[in-house]
Design a binder for this molecule. Structure first.
Ligand code: FAD
Length: 352
């Protein structure tokens, strides 16, 4: 059952589900690398298609694989339903003319995947032993159960990074967001702030500048890390005000965000009046346990062969945000989930 705890114009957090999951898996370290053994030789099970992750990518892969009679088994990880369970309105997923809440959409996707025979299970992949020649790939679930999979579809997503302020936590889903493309529309005509000095922050600021009245770009350092081209775009955009050498002390408001208190390098405080606070300080791809086997870029996103979901290991496929640091949308994640299932099906047909 989905329950919301806060009221917000746009987004809310599904605290109940988070709590249940944390109770169940509270002590497991998700950032372990595969080489951080020990791996218990526990109970083992053979499956054709193993899907790791229950976001839009994982569920779409599951729907396609199940309809191809591949009897997929999915492990949901710590965040059942993925990132969209931290949001209320999803207005940009095709097929929902009135919009849909993130938790409801994920519930629907789960039902659809189960209707065709996907086995959806609680559990977290804690280490892997991929077979470089293809063949059975071993995946440890919750550090004990072993799955031997002919194909593995990795859909473990990426986690948005936040500043770590208490007030930021309070307003997540009611004015604080980590996705301008997703939530910017809810702040049209209003004043907002973006935090971060890299390309993503510069992009989010210019995107929001096209929708909002005014955008403050809050940068900790005296310079912007973003590329020269992005810096020029920011400089050309009249309704962006860059606040260099500023840190966010606190986000303020009642039920929703009404402002932020910033401090500069001299320790002076400044209050800005905003209704939206967008954090753009990066995402952390959930790829740690695969790094001994799979090629990644310098920030940990899994590399796939362009135009496919194939990784450098035969029979291991990656889809969704774990291999896409550019688009990061539910629909693109779902699209690549479909590709991963079709790539798996083709691989199995050719190999077995
Ligand atoms: P995720 O949704 O990130 O799911 C990853 C899954 O992997 C989770 O289920 C997790 O538990 C699981 N997992 C992680 N590690 C393991 C492991 N070791 N073993 C097993 N499972 C594991 N997009 C839109 O299109 N529209 C929106 O309105 C929108 N709003 C957003 C609002 C917010 C606040 C945020 C943060 C994002 C929003 N997005 C939106 C972006 C969208 O949520 C993501 O692009 C999308 O969810 C990515 O899907 P995914 O399946 O790749 O991964």
């Amino acid at each position: 059952m989905v329950q919301f705890l806060a009221i917000a114009p746009s987004k809310l957090i599904n605290h109940l589900d988070c709590k249940i999951v944390m109770l169940k898996f509270g002590s497991i370290n998700t950032n372990k690398k595969s080489s951080d053994k020990p791996k218990a030789e526990g109970e083992s099970e053979k499956v054709r298609v193993l899907i790791l992750g229950s976001g839009p990518a994982g569920y779409t892969a599951a729907i396609y694989a199940a309809r191809a009679n591949l009897k997929p088994v999915m492990y949901m990880g710590l965040q059942a339903g993925g990132q969209l369970t931290t949001t209320t309105e999803v207005d940009n997923f095709p097929g929902y003319p009135e919009g849909v809440t993130g938790p409801k959409m994920m519930e629907d996707l789960q039902k659809q995947a189960e209707r065709f025979g996907t086995e959806v299970r609680w559990g977290l992949a804690t280490s892997v032993e991929f077979n470089k020649e293809g063949g059975a790939h071993k995946v440890w679930i919750d550090e004990e159960k072993i799955i031997e999979a002919e194909t593995v579809v990795i859909a473990t997503g990426a986690t948005a990074q936040y500043l770590g302020l208490e007030s930021e936590e309070k307003f997540k889903g009611s004015g604080v967001s980590a996705c301008a493309t997703c939530d910017g529309f809810f702040y049209r005509g209003q004043d907002v702030a973006v935090v971060g000095g890299g390309d993503t922050a510069a992009e989010e600021a210019t995107y929001l500048a096209g929708i909002c009245n005014k955008v403050y770009l809050i940068i900790r350092k005296p310079i912007m890390r973003a590329s020269k081209a992005m810096q020029d775009r920011v400089a050309r955009t009249k309704n962006i005000e860059v606040l260099y050498e500023h840190n966010t002390k606190e986000i303020i408001g009642g039920q929703t965000v009404e402002g932020a208190i910033l401090t500069n390098s001299k320790g002076e405080e400044k209050k800005i009046d905003i209704t939206g606070f967008f954090v753009a300080i990066g995402h952390k791809p959930n790829s740690e346990i695969f790094k001994d086997y799979l090629d990644t870029d310098e920030t940990g996103y899994l590399n796939t062969i362009p135009g496919t979901t194939k990784t450098n290991i035969p029979g291991v496929f990656a889809c969704g945000d774990i291999q896409d640091k550019h688009y990061r949308q539910a629909i693109t994640a779902a699209g690549s989930g479909c590709m991963a299932a079709l790539d798996s099906e083709k691989y199995l047909g050719e190999r077995y």
